[in-house]
Design a binder for this molecule. Structure first.
Ligand SMILES: [Zn+2]
Ligand SMILES: [Zn+2]
Length: 389
């Protein structure tokens, strides 16, 4: 269980510094420029640059994918929930380069690896197992779910190993061929003599093999988007924006690496009557001025329906009554908050003749016996006017 504050997200076009009608090439170029600028290799120990780097990666993921871009254009950041976005906030920046090495494979010949120098084997991407990417999705809860805790079924789309080729990327029966560029070693040498540089082969991206007859289902990538349903236990007392980690439900790892995780972010639907304030619930309840002055018992909304609340005679507008233990449980201590009922006294707007008559009569008596608070007010006002004369 981890938690994360929901940060206000910036506009993706703004992040990459492109116009809303930018072409895919413009976006690619802009991302490349920004990613170079904020790359942590160039900005060591600079958290801000790292965050910017991640922000750019996220923006690029959306704007480079026509389906995600369209959703974003139409619905903004909200529209991307459940679209199988990578969760960059939990990702090591070292892994981000390799995502886009895939996306930008073949871009400008050398690909992303060359551009960042990650292909040189320094990060050991070539042979070692790599953990799969984290994904994020969201779950909608009611305040009742928050109160009691709940088990939710969530559906999301993730890249999964292609069932047709079991991830090899080659059509059934076809064996991959040896990469011609590196002769199967996965590495290529640049320059000569002492200064020879060894880097990952851009053609096969280090595998040493090239798919000659690609699998039709996944077009040689070895994975396909797949719908997945998982069950998530939501603990009591969760808050808006908190992320629940579901271990091993992210994308598959490479070279036998483990799957990434899925982060399920909590969204809480507004309640008709109750508003959350920490572990307390607030309700606003209107009563008539006669109820307020004479006292009564009213039904107030609560999480499990309604609950009787005694209104004492002489209740003032805005008074708050506390119903102990009718709030939400605290996630850590389990202690339950209270419900705070705020009273709004309504002034009658439509009166019939009889009511008017009664009120006039009442008003006449009031002149002689003004209520204590009002009396104090008039005395203060008299004094105030006297001082100003
Ligand atoms: Zn396949
Ligand atoms: Zn190669």
């Amino acid at each position: 269980m981890t938690s994360q504050d929901t940060m206000a997200k910036r506009d993706y076009y703004q992040v990459l510094g492109v116009s809303r009608d930018a072409s895919p090439d413009d976006i690619k170029r802009a991302y490349r420029r920004m990613a170079m600028k904020f790359h942590p290799d160039k900005n060591p120990d600079n958290k801000e640059a790292e965050d910017k780097f991640k922000e750019c990666a996220e923006a690029y993921e959306v704007l480079s994918d026509s389906e995600k871009r369209q959703r974003y254009d139409q619905y903004g950041h909200e529209g991307l929930r459940g679209m199988g976005m990578h969760d960059y906030s939990h990702m090591r920046w070292q892994d981000i380069g390799s995502i886009f090495e895939d996306i930008l494979g073949g871009f400008g010949g050398g690909g992303f690896g060359d551009m960042f120098g990650v292909g040189g084997g320094r990060r050991g991407r070539r042979a070692g197992p790599a953990r799969g990417y984290d994904l994020e999705t969201s779950v909608d809860l009611t305040l009742n779910d928050v109160s009691k805790g709940v088990e939710k079924t969530i559906e999301f789309t993730r890249q999964d190993i292609c069932g047709e080729c079991t991830g090899s990327g080659s059509a059934k029966g076809a064996a991959p061929g040896k990469c011609k560029m590196c002769g199967g070693s996965g590495q290529v040498a640049k320059g000569g003599g002492f200064f020879q540089m060894i880097s990952t082969c851009p053609q096969c991206r280090g595998s040493g093999q090239i798919i000659t007859n690609p699998c039709k289902k996944c077009r040689g990538t070895g994975h396909v988007p797949k719908k997945r349903t998982v069950s998530v236990k939501i603990p009591r007392g969760v808050h808006e924006g908190q992320g629940i980690r579901i271990t091993g439900e992210g994308e598959p790892g490479r070279n036998g690496g483990p799957r990434g995780d899925l982060y399920c972010y909590v969204r809480i639907k507004p309640h008709v009557f109750l508003e959350r304030d920490g572990n307390n619930l607030i309700s606003v309840v209107p009563i008539s001025f006669t109820q307020a002055s004479l006292g009564t018992t009213i039904d107030v909304p609560s999480l499990d329906g309604t609950r009787g609340l005694k209104i004492p005679a002489g209740t003032q507008y805005g008074s708050v009554f506390r119903i102990k233990g009718q709030g939400l449980p605290d996630m850590r201590t389990g202690r339950t908050g209270d419900e705070l009922v705020q009273i709004m006294v309504e002034t009658p707007a439509k009166l019939n003749a009889r009511q008017k008559e009664l009120l006039r009569e009442f008003a006449e008596t009031e002149n002689k016996t003004v209520s204590p608070k009002t009396q104090g007010f008039f005395e203060k006002l008299k004094k105030y006017l006297g001082n100003n004369e």
